[in-house]
Design a protein around this ligand. Structure first.
Ligand code: ASP
Length: 524
């Protein structure tokens, strides 16, 4: 084992330890921890603060724009959720909001003045938390953000340089066309299989019929605002022809600046092709310069990865510490169907492709891409994970830079089997809850629209949730139904992103094998 390899092994272990640490600390000392005193509340705009308990119609003075308050006492109510007596001090932000919206009440009010009121304990409009836990999250959050920022910084230049170099050194456009057709065929094929597995499983288990009536009503009312804004964002999306045409940038520099991945891929491909068509003697210095830039980007990834264990711990500490378990329990069966579907798809589809298509041991393959998996899981972003995925398949399996530079950025942008499977299950689950019995034709619409929706979803956290609104519309399920599944989206995002990254890596090894590359798993 070389030094470099033993160093990498240590990094896997360190990232894993960071994840475990983040999760454990999140449960033990996060804002939601039941071990710490929950003496404060977060309020959303919908929470009504009143002067007197048992009097819903007397708004407390100067509670407009209130987001956080201290809990003074809890008062059980006969007619619904408990009342919480809360105390807060007017801060500058709240006073400004007051001056704009309630100028009369704001007159004479001063920053720092103490106030009290009562609020019903209705989650998630009112969620209690432990201030110490929140303090810890606030103090460590920057570590996760810094790590993510460093990795994201590399994504765009890495994709651009590596794709240009990959295509330019291919020297054979016929090969590029062949690889392009095969790659896109494989992406679409696996996505459809993922959807069939998800939709099939959801038909079998029928999780929508298991959700209690009052749980359904609570979820619908609690998350309705968020569902509306998610559906509104999805409404902005374009048709297929426009989407294809918009891949050709009118200004490639603007595409690079805006991080528009499909446009960058299109430009880098064409630029690479143009280089191969130049006189080779003249093109050589340019290719070698692009190659050096590419290597420098890879080096930057190595530097950023030094922060990975701490960054991952901070990211997971925040997610676990701030997500309540109650929604998870209510949506338990649905969550299990999504997770079961993802596991089945990984084992059956990817297992078969890696074993027979790439002739590699599936377990060895998973071990080789472990750092990418752990990062996908903790960042919920296949784009942010891209540099590490590339590094894993190249260094640990032997895929060439040409193949990985072509397959992986394209995969991180359009190949999202995990997202598609999740959308299939979610759409059917929501339909089941609304008592809609979808026939085979309608279920096929789910398969086609979720395939397109997953292609359209960006590799960033929560993207699959937004394009899910398109799937719901296509099959005539009310988009307010998004409210039912929003609560567990963050958790499922981690698993579907990890599946997306396995899918991209699978495509990379299969394509490499088809190109007769010598593959071998180096695991430690
Ligand atoms: N977060 C996912 C990804 O980056 C996309 C999604 O929301 O499903 O791959």
């Amino acid at each position: 084992m070389s030094d470099a390899q033993s160093g990498r092994m240590q990094l896997h272990t360190k990232i894993l330890l960071g994840m475990v640490l983040g999760v454990v600390l999140g449960f033990l000392v996060g804002p939601n921890s039941s071990l710490l005193p929950q003496t404060a509340v977060n309020l959303t705009g919908k929470a009504a603060v009143v002067q007197q308990a048992d009097d819903d119609s007397s708004p407390a003075e100067l509670s407009y724009g209130l987001r956080q308050a201290q809990i003074v006492a809890r008062k059980p109510a006969d007619d619904g959720p408990d009342w919480l007596e809360i105390r807060w001090k007017l801060d500058a932000r709240q006073l400004l909001a007051l001056q704009q919206h309630e100028p009369k009440a704001a007159r004479g009010a001063k920053v720092g003045e103490p106030h009290t009121g009562f609020v019903r304990d209705i989650a998630p409009q009112v969620t209690s938390y432990a201030p110490i836990g929140q303090l810890l999250v606030d103090a460590t959050e920057w570590l996760g953000r810094l790590f993510l920022a460093l990795i994201r910084m590399v994504v765009i230049p890495l994709v651009f340089f590596s794709l240009c170099v990959g295509v330019a050194s291919l020297g054979d456009l016929h090969r590029l066309g062949r690889m392009g057709t095969r790659t896109i065929g494989l992406f679409l094929g696996t996505t459809v299989v993922a959807l069939v597995i998800g939709v099939g499983l959801c038909n079998l288990v029928q999780p929508g019929t298991l959700l209690a009536e009052e749980e359904r009503a609570r979820l619908l009312s609690s998350y309705s605002d968020a569902a509306q804004s998610t559906a509104a964002r999805a409404a902005d999306s374009q048709g297929v022809v426009d989407q294809l045409l918009s891949m050709v940038p009118s200004n490639p520099i603007a595409s690079l600046a805006n991080g528009d991945m499909l446009q960058i891929i299109c430009f880098a491909l064409l630029f690479g092709i143009a280089i191969t068509m130049l006189d080779q003697k003249r093109a050589k210095p340019l290719v070698s310069m692009l190659d050096t830039c590419n290597e420098a980007m890879v080096m930057l990834v190595h530097i950023a990865m030094k922060l990975a264990p701490v960054g991952v711990a901070a990211l997971l500490f925040k997610v676990v510490g701030s997500t309540g378990l109650s929604v998870l329990l209510a949506l338990g069966v649905y969550t299990l169907v999504v997770l079961g579907g993802l596991a089945l798809h990984a084992a059956i589809s990817y297992g078969t492709l890696v074993t027979f298509g790439a002739r590699l041991s599936f377990v060895g393959f998973l071990a080789a891409i472990r750092p990418a998996l752990l990062l996908a899981f903790s960042t919920s972003s296949s784009s942010a994970t891209l540099p590490i995925t590339k590094q894993c398949v190249e260094d640990n399996i032997g895929v060439s830079n040409q193949t990985s530079s072509f397959v992986l950025p394209l995969g991180a942008t359009i190949n999202m089997d995990g997202t598609a499977l999740y959308q299939g299950v979610a759409a059917l689950f929501i339909a089941q809850i609304y008592g809609m019995d979808l026939n085979l034709g309608e279920q096929l619409t789910i398969v086609t629209s979720a395939t397109l929706a997953s292609v359209g979803a960006a590799g960033v956290p929560g993207a699959g949730m937004i394009t899910l609104a398109m799937v719901l519309t296509a099959v005539g399920v009310p988009t307010e139904g998004l409210a039912l599944v929003l609560g567990v989206d963050r958790l499922l995002d981690m698993f579907r992103t990890a599946t997306n990254v396995v899918g991209d890596s699978t495509a990379a090894v299969v394509m490499a094998r088809l190109e007769d590359e010598k593959l071998e798993v180096h695991t430690t």
